[in-house]
Write a protein of this length. Structure first.
Lengths: 488, 449
């Protein structure tokens, strides 16, 4: 089942693309700059198409099956998005063109800023961050800038619940904050006493994921936010789980000060095997001046006869630029297309569908798998993948065995506070029939765990390749193909 | 549309859960905030959505409508049809991050090949699985350098001709680090030389950042420069245009430690600035300090060759606040795009397209230098971009060019006050000799007063 590498199928003299002969005189490259060796493959066009087509067939994908991946929101990726993003008027536009020639792009960005703001309850939005973690970094830098602007230099503590995603503490530490963990209570909420104990005049903020990574809505969310605000801190909302809230409740209304969106989760842009993401950030009124620059604004108001002139504006106290140009525009086109197709009444159907699917699936599974916190969940839930009468079976074995039933495994070993965690998020785009089949597979595996544990231990059996030796990969690092010209 | 369950199925599911209506699912949400009225447009069908988006797209002038001579970090190149044929395959497009290697060998091997191709074209030992873009890759190189010296060296020296957006991004990333001094890129009389830049480099310097070709399009020989940077123990980082490396010596030949760059010229559409591709390659000694994902080769339980994400212990999932970077995603599909592009062009195509760019840019420079009132500045070696002193302000000239459907060059006075009336022109394989001659003719016409 092994596909040779592109270097291994290379044959000297082949090329996959033909360029036209030059129509201008030739100019010599000074000898001291001219490259002599270019160790790149030489393959024909059909070699390339077959090679990458075969590689694609080794992948699991949304188009081929169901991903119950908790915290990843693996919903269907509408194909219309791919069509709109490729319209020549979007795909063939240079980022530094005069604004008069790109009013379509700017109008789209202006609307998307407003739409995301309206959906989440934030008056200011930047579309610049390239991914969720990048948006988070923007968020913590805005928190820093806000306190600095108020000459409140002592706020060095960032409070982070122990259920949080690893990027939260990493972003905080990168921005120079001391990370202070906050415990989770017996119902899966932020523990209020633990929060009060660490919240003081040195608190810069709290990074809150709501629904949290246990898939639970923070039952005391208003109180949590009040405690932090009373100490003078800000509340950062991790928007990774926004899918559960669309049209149902707006984080800004709850009092959250700042939040990132994941267009590749909530707004259906494709994951692409690990990117590109897109991580816009929304802020409350008191933080609008700190947004990264530039944002899109109206330079000249329109009238009945003329549309407005859109252009770039620089927020007064901006933290600065986060990347080249203006963000992942291609992802913005996809998200814009998607939101416009749901509209003002439709978005809540997304949240309702995802929460209904999750609770239904949890109901089917909770007599067989221990539910970490037994209450209504939001868009996802966390099971424990171990039983006392199946010694030696771990969450990992269940995950790998699911592949034999043609399902992608759930997120496992996260959140860290649940033993042998299996984190399951169905999304609204899966049908009842798919969920029933998945539940059947999970129940069969639970049975096998007790009767035929070896089946789990040696799984997967039907995949292109078996369990891989990750220790060897890290020990005998091989990060490049063997390339004759380069390695000789 | 995108939600399959019918009302009958929804009711059946609610019953199984033990609830009577959908709103009961949200009992934990404070009632006063539930179901806000959203000020958004009404839903549209797919057909209407497409029409709306076409209306917006048509309000832009694209490079199909204009003859493009604009570059400055994003370039108009030809993208072979096979690139899109591969990257729109659902198995690549809709796959998740390859955390489960048994069902992700396609993505993993493609990234492994990407790493190999990037290492090859840059001449470096290793490449990561990509960063967001050229700017954030440069910022991550500075993060690497900061941690390499464990915070004991506090100076980053940036060339004035490192892309202005990259310099701004690095400064944003480090605003929380009060000891860090970012320097080297302040204004000078005329043009900054390598010697000018070296004056900033000392024993407290962690990293020196140059661009190759630089923001003004020029190719420098950094050999002696690199020796001086290394003499004080600093890291030399180089931001590249990877397409130029099909023709000119890779930075490894002058002993660069880190090579980053904007991968957009490798088959990635202009797309109004993104998503693009952050290249990041280094010498072996920095492998364990690389941020972002890495794919390594290994074997499965039957001894078959396979690929996995490796050295994950560096990442934030495990190290949390002790991680040196919060990077989580890479540019997956865009890295794949460049992998297909580099494979298709291969050794010959990359040389050929780079040489076409070189020849056409040099022809354009030659022709423009003959025009009255125009002068090609610092006429040394350059790749596909060069600076022209213009007889009128660049913004004024560009408005006039637009009337003739020409997208003129970048106005350098935006970032360099000392380069008033200086235009940065880019010429690629997309520009025919006729296009160039037409540009020259119109430049003459609109300045002939």
């Amino acid at each position: 089942m092994t596909e040779p590498t592109i270097f291994e199928i290379s044959s000297p003299g082949r090329a996959g693309v033909k360029f036209q002969a030059s129509d201008v005189p030739e100019f010599d490259v000074p000898k001291e700059f001219l490259r002599d060796e270019l160790p790149m493959p030489e393959v024909s066009e059909i070699d390339v198409i077959r090679h990458f087509t075969r590689l694609s067939q080794l992948n699991y994908s949304i188009d081929t099956g169901y991903y119950p991946l908790g915290s990843c929101t693996m919903k269907f990726n509408p194909r219309i998005n791919e069509v709109t993003a490729r319209l020549a008027g979007f795909a063939k536009v240079h980022p530094l063109q005069p604004v008069e020639t790109v009013q379509g792009s700017l109008a789209l960005m202006y609307d998307l800023q407003n739409w995301l703001g309206e959906i989440s309850g934030f008056p200011g939005v930047t579309l610049q961050p390239a991914a969720g973690a990048h948006g988070e970094y923007v968020g913590v830098m805005i928190i820093r800038a806000y306190h600095k602007d108020r000459k409140d230099a002592k706020r060095t503590k960032m409070l982070i619940p122990d259920s949080a995603h690893g990027t939260n503490p990493a972003s905080s530490a990168m921005s120079g904050f001391d990370v202070i963990p906050v415990a989770t209570d017996k119902n899966g909420n932020v523990d209020l006493d633990s929060l009060r104990a660490v919240c003081d005049e040195n608190t810069a903020g709290l990074m809150l994921t709501n629904p949290n990574t246990l898939g639970l809505f923070e039952q005391d969310v208003v109180e949590v936010i009040n405690i932090v605000h009373e100490s003078g801190g800000l509340v950062y909302g991790d928007g990774a789980n926004l899918n559960a809230l669309l049209g149902v409740v707006r984080p800004g209304d709850l009092g959250i000060d700042i939040m990132h969106f994941n267009l590749h989760k909530t707004f259906s842009t494709p994951h692409g095997g690990g990117g590109p993401g897109s991580g816009p950030v929304g802020v409350a009124a008191h933080l609008v001046d700190f947004l990264p620059c530039p944002t899109v604004g109206i330079l000249e108001e329109g009238s009945d006869d003329y549309p407005p002139l859109y252009g770039f504006v620089e927020p007064a106290k901006s933290i600065g630029r986060m990347k080249a140009f203006f963000g992942h525009f291609g992802m913005m086109v996809r998200a814009y297309t998607y939101i416009s197709m749901y509209g003002k009444e439709g978005l809540k159907k997304i949240a309702e569908g995802s929460v209904l699917n999750a609770n239904y699936l949890m109901t089917l599974l909770k007599d067989t798998y221990k539910v970490a916190y037994d209450r209504l969940c939001m868009h996802e839930f966390v099971l424990e993948g171990h039983w006392s009468d199946a010694p030696g079976i771990h969450a990992l074995d269940i995950a790998k065995r699911l592949m034999d039933y043609n399902f992608h495994p759930p997120t496992n070993y996260f959140p860290l506070i649940v033993p042998e965690a299996l984190m399951i998020e169905p999304t609204e785009t899966e049908s009842k029939q798919t969920l029933d089949l998945f539940a059947d597979a999970m129940l069969k595996i639970a049975e096998e765990a007790k009767t035929q544990p070896d089946l789990l231990k040696s799984a997967p059996h039907i995949t292109p390749i078996g369990r891989l030796d990750e220790v060897k990969a890290a020990k005998d690092l091989v990060l490049c193909c063997w390339i004759p010209e380069k390695n000789s | 549309m995108f939600i399959p369950n019918t009302e009958a199925e929804r009711n059946e599911m609610l019953q199984k859960i033990g609830l009577s209506k959908i709103e009961d699912l949200f009992s934990d949400v404070p009632k006063e905030f539930r179901y806000p009225d959203l000020n958004l447009p009404e839903a549209v069908s797919e057909m209407e959505a497409l029409q709306n988006l076409k209306d917006l797209a048509i309000a832009n002038d694209s490079t199909d409508d204009l003859i493009c001579f604009l570059g400055a970090g994003a370039y108009n190149h030809y993208i072979p049809a096979s690139v899109d044929a591969i990257i729109t395959r659902g198995e690549f497009l809709t796959a998740y991050t390859p955390y489960q290697p048994e069902v992700s060998q396609g993505t993993l091997q493609a990234i492994f090949e990407y790493q190999s191709l990037v290492a090859s074209i840059t001449g470096m030992d290793v490449s990561n699985a990509s960063h967001y873009d050229g700017a954030t890759a440069a910022a991550e190189a500075c993060v690497l350098a900061y941690h390499h010296f464990r915070g004991k060296r506090n100076k980053f020296v940036l060339s004035r001709y490192l892309h202005p957006h990259y310099r701004e991004t690095i400064k944003t990333y480090f605003q929380g680090y009060e000891k860090i001094q970012i320097t080297g890129d302040s204004a000078v009389d005329g043009l900054q030389t390598n010697e000018d830049l070296l004056k900033f480099v000392d024993n407290d310097t962690a990293i020196v950042y140059v661009q190759y070709p630089d923001f003004l399009g020029r190719i420098h020989d950094f050999k002696a420069f690199a020796e001086q940077v290394h003499a004080v123990g600093a890291i030399l980082a180089v931001s590249v245009n990877p397409l130029a490396l099909g023709l000119i010596k890779p930075p490894s030949e002058f002993d660069a430690d880190i090579v980053t760059g904007e991968g957009q010229p490798l088959g990635i559409p202009l797309s109004y600035g993104g998503p693009y591709l952050g290249l990041f390659a280094t010498k072996n000694q920095f492998i364990r300090k690389l941020s972002g994902r890495l794919v390594g080769e290994t074997v499965d339980n039957k001894g078959n060759k396979g690929y996995v994400l490796t050295l994950t212990a560096r990442e934030q999932h495990i190290r949390r606040e002790k991680a040196t970077s919060n990077i989580c995603t890479n540019q997956g599909l865009i890295a794949l795009t460049s992998t297909v592009y580099m494979s298709l062009l291969g050794k010959q195509g990359l040389k050929q397209v780079a040489k076409l760019n070189y020849d056409k840019a040099h022809y354009a420079a030659d022709q423009i230098s003959k025009l009255k009132g125009f002068e090609v500045v610092d006429n040394g070696a350059f790749f596909n971009e060069f600076v022209v002193r213009t007889p009128k302000p660049v913004s004024e000239l560009n408005s006039l060019l637009l009337d003739y459907d020409i997208l003129g060059g970048y106005d350098l006075s935006n970032d360099y006050p000392e380069l008033e009336n200086h235009m940065l022109l880019a010429v690629t394989e997309m520009n025919t000799k006729d296009d160039i001659d037409y540009l020259v003719e119109i430049l003459q016409e609109v300045t002939n007063d």
